[in-house]
Design a binder for this molecule. Structure first.
Ligand code: OXT
Ligand code: ADP
Ligand code: MG
Length: 575
C-alpha cells in the first residue's frame, strides 16, 4: 500500500482509515447523530458502518420520504438533517425533498453515492450513471463533489455551513463510489476533519434599520404583525412573544408559525385573517415572505388602505420582492427582535382601541360561527365534526406534534385546530406539496421523542403511505388519521365520457386502517366523532403506531380546498 511506503518509522504499525470512516467521523464530530435514507450500491456498507459507530440510521421505503424526514429534522433542530441515497434513481427520489428544503428555508444535506467520474464524464454507461452534481445545483443552496478521502472533512464543514448560515436551505454532497474505499493514514484522516465553529453566526441588524422600523411601527394606527415559519425556525420564542405583547398589535401566524404564541392568545388574529390583511396600515413581517400565501402583499386581499411594510429577514434579497418594504430589517430574527425590543423601551404606546376592538369583534364572530359546526355528530362525518374532535385532543395534548396535508383536510384543520406551542404544526409549506406526511411524522418523532398526530387527506396519505411499515418497524409513537372521503377534494366526481373512474376519485369505502395491520400496527375504522375520539386517545396514550380510517362524507369537501381560486378555470371565469 502506498501509505505504508510513506511510513518511515520502524516497527510502528500504520493505522489506516478510509472514506467510509472519514464520513462517519466527520458527521459525528459535527453532532450529526441521525441519518435518514435508503441503502444500496454504493452506500450499503456505509449505512452499516454508521450504525455500528453509533449513528442512528433510519432506513425508509422511498428516498423522498427519507428526504422529507431530513428536511423537517433540520427545521426542528436548526442542524442540517442528513439524507443518504444511492446513485441516479435514488438521488433523484431524494432531490424533490432537497428542493423542498431549499424552498422552505430548512437546512438539509443530501449525501448521495454516485458513479465514477471517469465513466460518467465520457458517458460510457456506468451502473446508474448520471451527472448528479449538475442536476442538483439549481435546486439547492450549494452542491459539492468530494473526490479525495482527505477532502471529506472540509466538504462536510462547507456543506453544514452552507445549509445553516444565512437563509437556511438544502445542500448536495456528491460522493462517487471510489471515495468510500480510498485508504489513507488514520493520522492524516484525523487532521483532515473540521469541526464547524459558529456555523450560523448572529447577524445583527444595523441600528438605523431598527430605528426606522420602530418609527414606522410607532406611527401605525392599525398595526399587524405576521409571523412566518422563519420566526418559528429561529427559536427566539421568548423574545418574539415579548415583542408582540409589548407592541399590543394583533398578530397573524402563518400556518407553521401557529403556536409560537397560542392561537388562543388575546392578540391572535388568525380567526380575523381577511380583516387584518385588508384594514391594517402597518404590517411587520417576521420570518414570512410576501409570496402567494400572502397574495404577494397586494391586490384585493390587502384592501384599499395604503400599507407600510416592515420586514425582518436574514436574506437581504427578500426585501422588495413583491412590494416596497418601507423598513427592511436584515438580520437574524433573534438579534433583530432583541434590538427592536430594546429600542421600544419601557413605555410603548398601545394601538388605538377602535382597531383592537374591531379585530377582536371579527375574530370572536368567526369563532362563534364555527363553534356549533365542530360539535355535530354526523355519520359519516363532515370535516368539522372530525376536526372538532382532534382540536380538543390537541388542546389536551399540546406537546404532541401535528403533521397535516391534503386540500380540505389541510385547510380546515389549519383553521379549526388551535396550536399552543412553537414548532408543533408541520405541513405542506411553501409549495403546498403532497407527500410530506409520513416522512415528517417519522422525522418529528425521531428528533423530538414526542407523540405525532398526522392528519392526512386520503390522497395526501397515498404519496408516502408505504412508510407505515417504517413507522411500525421503528415502533414510533405516530397516530395517523386518514380523512377518507374517497378521493381528491371529493369522492363524488363522475366521468361522463366513459367507464373509467373520474380522475379525482378512489376506490369507494377503502379501508386504510387494514394496511397498518399488515405490519403489526393498530388499525381502526371510525365512522363517528365518538369512535374517532376514542381511537385517537387510545393511540396517543399507548404510543403504538396506529392508523385510523376516518370516514368522511364524500360530498363534504370543495375543489382544491381554500385555494380553488388558483385553478385556471376559476381564473378564466373571473376574467
Ligand atoms: O377572515 P376570514 O373571514 O377570511 O376567515 C378566515 C379566517 O379568519 C377563519 N379562521 C377561523 N374562524 C374561526 N375559528 C378559527 N379558529 C379560525 N381560524 C381561521 O377561517 C378563514 C380561513 O382562514 P385561513 O385558512 O387562515 O385563510 P385562507 O384565506 O385560506 O388563507 C389563505 C392561504 C393561502 C394562506 C391558505 O389557504 C393556505 O395556507 N393554503 C395552503 C393551501 C395549500 O397549500 N394546499 C395544498 C395544495 S392543494 C393541491 O395542489 C393538491 N394536490 C395536487 C398535488 C400537490 N399539491 N402536490 C403534489 C406533489 N402532487 C399533486 C393534490 C393531489 S391537494 C391534493 C390532494 C387533496 O386530496 P386529499 O384527499 O388529500 O384531501 P381532501 O381535500 O381532504 O380530499
Ligand atoms: P411562511 O411560509 O410561514 O410565511 P416563509 O417560508 O415564506 O414563511 O418565510 C420564511 C422566511 O424566514 C424566509 O424569508 C427566510 O429567509 C427567513 N428566515 C429563516 N430563518 C431565519 C432567521 N433565523 N432569521 C431571520 N430570517 C429567517
Ligand atoms: Mg380526500
Amino acid at each position: 500500500m502506498a501509505e505504508a511506503a510513506l511510513n518511515t518509522a520502524p516497527n510502528v504499525e500504520l493505522e489506516l482509515t478510509d472514506g467510509f470512516h472519514l464520513v462517519i467521523d466527520a458527521l459525528k464530530l459535527n453532532g450529526v447523530n441521525t441519518i435518514y435514507g435508503v441503502p444500496g450500491i454504493p452506500i450499503t456498507d456505509f449505512g452499516r458502518m454508521a450504525q455500528a459507530a453509533g449513528i442512528r440510521v433510519l432506513s425508509f421505503r422511498h428516498e423522498q420520504n427519507a428526504g422529507y424526514a431530513a428536511a423537517i429534522a433540520g427545521y426542528l433542530t436548526k442542524k442540517p438533517g442528513v439524507c443518504l441515497t444511492v446513485s441516479a434513481p435514488g438521488f433523484l427520489n431524494g432531490l424533490t425533498a432537497l428542493a423542498h428544503a431549499t424552498t422552505n428555508c430548512f437546512p438539509m444535506i443530501l449525501i448521495s453515492g454516485s458513479s465514477e467520474r471517469e465513466i460518467v464524464d465520457l458517458q460510457q454507461g456506468d451502473y446508474e450513471e448520471m451527472d448528479q452534481l449538475a442536476i442538483a445545483k439549481p435546486l439547492c443552496k450549494a452542491a459539492f463533489r468530494v473526490l479525495h478521502a482527505e477532502s471529506i472533512g472540509i466538504a462536510l464543514d462547507r456543506a453544514i455551513r452552507a445549509a445553516v448560515s444565512g437563509r437556511p436551505g438544502g445542500v448536495y454532497l456528491d460522493m462517487p463510489a471510489n471515495l468510500f474505499g480510498q485508504v489513507i493514514s488514520a493520522e492524516r484522516g484525523r487532521r483532515s476533519l473540521v469541526k464547524v465553529i459558529d456555523g450560523a453566526p448572529a447577524q445583527i441588524p444595523a441600528p438605523d434599520a431598527v430605528k426606522r422600523a420602530l418609527d414606522v411601527l410607532q406611527g401605525a394606527k392599525r398595526p399587524l404583525i405576521i409571523l412566518g415559519k422563519g420566526a418559528a425556525y429561529a427559536q427566539a420564542d421568548e423574545a418574539i412573544c415579548a415583542l408582540i405583547q409589548k407592541s399590543g398589535a394583533p398578530f397573524l401566524p402563518m400556518s407553521m408559525a401557529k403556536g409560537l404564541l397560542p392561537d388562543t392568545h388575546p392578540q391572535c388574529a388568525g380567526a380575523a385573517r381577511s380583516t387584518v390583511l385588508r384594514d391594517s396600515d402597518v404590517v411587520m413581517l417576521i420570518g414570512a415572505r410576501l409570496n402567494w400565501l400572502l397574495s404577494h402583499g397586494k391586490g384585493k386581499a390587502w384592501g384599499e388602505t395604503p400599507k407600510k411594510f416592515i420586514q425582518i429577514d436574514i436574506e437581504p434579497k427578500e426585501m422588495d420582492s413583491n412590494v416596497e418594504i418601507t423598513a427592511p430589517v436584515v438580520g437574524d430574527i433573534g438579534s433583530a427582535v432583541a434590538a427592536l425590543l430594546e429600542g421600544m423601551g419601557g413605555n410603548w404606546p398601545v394601538p388605538p382601541a377602535d382597531w383592537i376592538n374591531g379585530v377582536n369583534a371579527k375574530r370572536d364572530e368567526n369563532i362563534a360561527k364555527m363553534a356549533p359546526r365542530l360539535m355535530n355528530n354526523n355519520s359519516p362525518m363532515d370535516y368539522h365534526a372530525a376536526l372538532g374532535v382532534l382540536r380538543t385532543i390537541v388542546k389536551e395534548r399540546p406537546e404532541a406534534i401535528l403533521v397535516n396535508e391534503g386540500a380540505n383536510t389541510l385547510d380546515l384543520a389549519r383553521g379549526v385546530i388551535d396550536m399552543y406551542r412553537p414548532r408543533k404544526r408541520l405541513d405542506v409549506g411553501t409549495w403546498g406539496v403532497m407527500g410530506i406526511g409520513m416522512g415528517y411524522a417519522i422525522g418529528a418523532a425521531v428528533e423530538t421523542g414526542k407523540p405525532v398526530l398526522a392528519v392526512e387527506g386520503d390522497s395526501a396519505f397515498g404519496f408516502s403511505g408505504m412508510e407505515i411499515e417504517t413507522i411500525c418497524r421503528y415502533k414510533l409513537p405516530v397516530c395517523i388519521v386518514v380523512f377518507n372521503n374517497d378521493g381528491i377534494y371529493r369522492g363524488t366526481d363522475v366521468n361522463k365520457a366513459g367507464s373509467d373512474p373520474a380522475t379525482t376519485v378512489f376506490v369507494k369505502g377503502a379501508r386504510y386502517d387494514r394496511m397498518i395491520e399488515a405490519f403489526g400496527g393498530v388499525g381502526v375504522n371510525a365512522v363517528s366523532p365518538d369512535e374517532l375520539r376514542r381511537a385517537v386517545n387510545a393511540a396517543m396514550d399507548s404510543g403504538r403506531p396506529t392508523l385510523i380510517n376516518a370516514v368522511i362524507d364524500p360530498a363534504a369537501g370543495s375543489e382544491s380546498g381554500r385555494i380553488g381560486n388558483l385553478n385556471p378555470q376559476s381564473k378564466l371565469r373571473k376574467s
